[in-house]
Design a protein around this ligand. Sequence first.
Ligand code: B12
Ligand code: SF4
Length: 585
Amino acid sequence: MKRRFQLVLIKPSHYHDDGYVIRWWRALIPSNSLAAVYGLARECAECHVLGSDVEFDIDAIDETNTRINIPKLIRRFRRHQGFGLVALVGVQSNQYPRALDIARPLRAAGIQVALGGFHVSGCLSMLDGKAIDLDRARECGISLFAGEAEGRLDLVIKDAAAGALKPLYNFMKELPNIGGTPLPFLPADVVKRTLGHNASFDAGRGCPFQCSFCTIINVQGRQSRYRSPDDVEKIVRENWAQGIFRFFITDDNFARNKEWEPIFDRLAKLREVDKIPLALMIQVDTLCHKIPNFVEKAKRAGVTRVFIGLENINPDNLAAAKKKQNKITEYRKMLLAWKAQSIITLAGYILGFPSDTPESIRRDIAIIQRELPLDILEFFILTPLPGSEDHQTLWRKGVAMDADLNKYDVEHAVTDHPMMTRSELEAIYQEAWALYYTPKHIETLLKRAVVTKIKLASLAKLVVQFRAMVMIEKMHPLQSGVLRMRRISERRPELPPVSALTFYPRYVFDVLANNLKLLAMIWQVVKIKRRIEHDPDRHRYNDQALAPVADDDEETLDLLTKTQGAKAAIAHQHKIEDLIRAAAG
Ligand code: B12
Ligand code: SF4
């Protein structure tokens, strides 16, 4: 009889403010970290890395949509005399406390556990090897993995099979090339537990910029490493064979992927020649429209949604975060370029930069609504995430930061702000969603969608999702899903226990109340959508945001006149234009 190595890959979720694990009947997007490690594990099994007399049983579990049944897992490992490994995959800082709670009973049962992802990698890249809380994992015998697993997972699996996992695997100094490595993949039954039947893959890693709040550059580096167009085609075809044709390309900045053009060309061929109805979402920077053909080729490749790291409209704030590449004078040009291709624009917007106040944030949101042709705005609280330069600076100076890693989810204030208390910052963060997603502005967004030929139903769905999640479920839309699942056993162990008599009535009430509120919200947006669809003048709609960029924008737009930083940015731009003119003679 062949021995069977049990490889269970778990992507942990984290605890909501209500004390329970965030888990849904259907989550938003499948985890790409899980797909990446699953793809590598599948290759290890196919190559028989443990010899020809060992077979693999591999499971991928995403806790955001699947319950981790610990007693069942323990029974399974006992049946196989502990021959296997539980890998806690893609663990972010906010997920680290939950990951340890999953690991503890497994370790107590003698099961081998390894843990990797951004928390461990970020800490080992920027801190002292102990911070933050890494010793907690070591104390219960969890093996830590820092860096990327391409070309290394077999080593961990072999050590686990020999019962000799090392306490630490640290590959932070050797970032692998990812071209030609096993491809990210998740079986259809895992993908089916998410909404919209999406798959995800990273076509590249690394970003050349140096934003001080960013962890990515310190974990994945600043050089572009990429998959080949052949690799990307294989990913698409393998998913298409399971009926999946929508993809989230997770590169933090696809515009700086050195292979963006051949990859787009190949995707365009798959759409136009092979008739795969691709629908893609990508992430880019605010200067992407300056790359010749980038936006047009994105359209041909099948991009329907683009996420832009806008972050802020005040140049002083952008400069404070070393995000000088974001030029507010280019924002309208860039957004109009995407609109011209009928692509839905989503932008990240960070609150809590040093010169932000509740008043300035309210003013800035109103300016965005009026003057920027942007569809979806996503708010985040500026957070010193472990692995970022910001965090390293505060940590070295000994500045107080919240000790609870569960709160490092970019939705909580975890350190002091010069102009606001932590609760004021959290309050304006909550208010920001309500300020942007008003019924009036939703109507404007849908009217703009008609004239820019964006499918009203697609935008309406996104608007509901972004409005509802924060207002009803008190959760960021990127953590969202359909029908929140809660179990009494998934309450955070540090919190006082709750009796079944209190838990179940509260749970039933919350599910009913929240879903009724959601239905009311959907109905409100549907009514707005229908009103617009029946308006005979809908194709003649115009407003300041949709107007072409004009020479006098810098005198008429609040975007370019309301802050000192904006005025300085305009003066700087004029100086550069003068120098270019002088150089040209
Ligand atoms: C795609 C993405 C999402 C997607 C999907 C989630 C996912 N992880 O795939 C969505 C939109 C849902 C999302 C949501 C959130 N995200 Co996100 N996301 C990303 C993004 C852009 C890519 C993730 C990815 O696929 N990376 C590529 C994979 C291959 O890298 P990896 O995860 O590090 O895994 C490699 C190694 O670490 C290693 N490895 C990983 N695990 C293990 C385990 C073992 C045992 C071994 C041996 C090796 C190993 O092998 C892998 C292959 O090399 C990253 C940024 C980034 N560049 O990674 C942010 C990032 C991970 N997200 C982040 C955050 C904060 C969030 C949210 C909390 C935001 C919010 N409030 O909504 C939520 C959390 C929701 C959730 N359930 O994850 C932060 C985490 C920072 C930190 N220090 O914790 C990041 C780093 C971005 C940032 N702002 O800095 N996210
Ligand atoms: S542009 Fe985005 S990925 Fe690049 S350094 Fe800045 S925040 Fe990080």
